[in-house]
Design a protein around this ligand. Structure first.
Ligand code: PEP
Length: 252
């Protein structure tokens, strides 16, 4: 799976143009689930443009209440009419908008209740990485995000070391593979071996067309959550194409 997080970029007009450029490039690529996550205001327009294509749609955030006096927030049933996926717990939301582990947990639960598939982001900050606390932080986030979640159907996890997001300093394939293996091991403890084996766990953090292969060749890594490089149709389609080719060779 390759998911593009467009963040706070593109007007509705620009988003429509970007996805229109992407469709002919992505449509012919098989073996990879392709997801784009534009800003809320473009979801409706992009859903129209994507109708009949194999590209899936996701939102970048969701509130945990179903309806009510929460000015400016967007609820799970509002999104469920428009898209299939929703990013939850992105580090930018945790850090700029003070989203705690408890809030992320409530969002995961709310998304699942309305059949939205959460792309749950977890990852350590630079000071935690430097202090050798990566495993403790990442597994702590995983477990608190899934606390009380009995059946996370449709869940996708994205391991995104915060020091690698938007910095041009990606983790190495081996580093990401090791942490993702650890996440899978903990998911097996929380649920079942079978669920953990089938769970898609992505790497995110400065993925580009130039370093995609390093990540996708790793046995534990099932795809990528891509920020900056998902805003260029040719870069994004190159990432998807390389992933498809590697998936094909690994399964042959
Ligand atoms: C992200 O925000 O999820 C991300 C991975 O960003 P970038 O690819 O730009 O580092």
């Amino acid at each position: 799976m390759i998911a593009g997080n467009w963040k706070m970029n593109t007007t509705v007009k620009e988003a429509r143009a970007l996805v229109t450029d992407m469709i002919p490039l992505l449509e012919q690529i098989e073996n990879v689930e392709k997801v784009v996550c534009p800003p809320f205001v473009s979801l409706s327009a992009i859903a129209e443009v994507l109708r009949g294509s194999s590209i899936r749609l996701g939102a970048q955030n969701v509130y945990f209440e179903e309806r009510g006096a929460y000015t400016g927030e967007i609820s799970p049933p509002m999104l469920a009419e428009l898209c299939e996926y929703v990013i939850v717990g992105h580090s930018e939301r945790r850090h700029y908008f003070n989203e705690t582990g408890e809030i992320v947990n409530r969002k995961v639960q709310a998304a699942l209740r309305f059949n939205l598939k959460p792309i749950l982001c977890i990852g350590e900050r630079l000071e935690e990485y430097d202090a050798g606390r990566t495993e403790e932080v990442v597994i702590g986030q995983l477990r608190s995000s899934l606390s009380g979640v009995e059946s996370p159907r449709g869940l996708v996890v994205a391991y995104e070391p915060v020091w690698a997001i938007g910095t041009g300093r990606a983790a190495t394939g081996e580093q990401a593979n090791r942490i993702i293996g650890l996440i899978r091991h903990n998911v097996a403890e929380l649920y079942t071996e079978g669920f953990a084996r089938d769970l898609r766990i992505l790497y995110g953090g400065s993925v580009t067309a130039d370093n995609t292969a390093e990540f996708m060749q790793q046995p534990e890594i099932d795809g990528a959550l891509v920020g900056g490089a998902s805003l260029k149709a040719d870069q994004f389609s190159s990432i998807v194409k390389q992933t498809s080719d590697i998936a094909y060779h690994l399964s042959a």
